[in-house]
Design a protein around this ligand. Structure first.
Ligand code: AMP
Length: 194
């Protein structure tokens, strides 16, 4: 298996790069944000529990998030690997993911940080907003998500950096150029696999 985590703030191009990665390396894409949105859209019990917190742009509790992630991973026992997107966002989630991978006799092989500064992200979003009217781009909520990323989520990165599992890719440039760099990093993870 090849298991990768992609990290990056809202507006960094993480969605586009994730699509390219899952296709090239034949990975199962698990985005906790997408899963939560599916649950809220479909009005499941879980969806009802997280709706309000999601609307505020804050993080759902570790317990709920980890349980949902675990279920999704276990639903896909025969995949070539996973691309985790939007997870982990706390050290507790990172530790839970390591345990889960270990229980499957595999591991998180590497973490790709798509690096774009807070200033650049805010500029990009302002530009995008002037062109299209995305429902999730309501100013306040998006601001909260950006603050959440730079204020909290980035604190997970040292967990991986300290274990030499983190690679940073500059998120400014063309889609193709950035993907080439990401591919080199992913190839490195593949080669270094035990
Ligand atoms: P995203 O699309 O990844 O930004 O996720 C949308 C929303 O889902 C976030 O603002 C959180 O409320 C929730 N969420 C997604 N992933 C996580 C996570 N790993 N931990 C806690 N909350 C999450």
């Amino acid at each position: 298996m090849l298991n990768i985590i992609i990290f990056g703030p809202p507006g960094a191009g993480k969605g586009t790069q994730s699509e390219l990665l899952i296709e090239k390396y034949n990975l199962k894409h698990i985005s906790t944000g997408d899963l939560f949105r599916w649950h809220t859209r479909n009005g499941t019990e879980l969806g009802k529990r997280v709706k309000e917190i999601m609307n505020s742009g804050n993080l759902v509790s570790d317990d709920i998030t980890i349980a949902m992630l675990k279920e999704e991973v276990e639903k896909n026992p025969d995949v070539n690997g996973f691309l985790f997107d939007g997870f982990p966002r706390t050290v507790a989630q990172a530790e839970a993911l390591d345990k889960l991978m270990e229980s499957m006799n595999t591991s998180v092989h590497g973490v790709i940080e798509l690096k774009v500064s807070e200033e650049e992200v805010r500029k990009r979003i302002a530009k995008r907003k002037s062109i299209e009217n995305r429902a999730d781009d309501e100013e306040e909520k998006l601001n909260q998500r950006i603050s959440e990323y730079f204020g909290k989520t980035v604190h997970v990165l040292p967990y991986y950096r300290d274990q030499n599992r983190l690679k940073t890719v500059n998120g400014i440039g063309s889609i193709e150029g950035i993907f080439e760099e990401i591919s080199q990093v992913a190839d490195g993870f593949e080669v270094a696999k035990p």
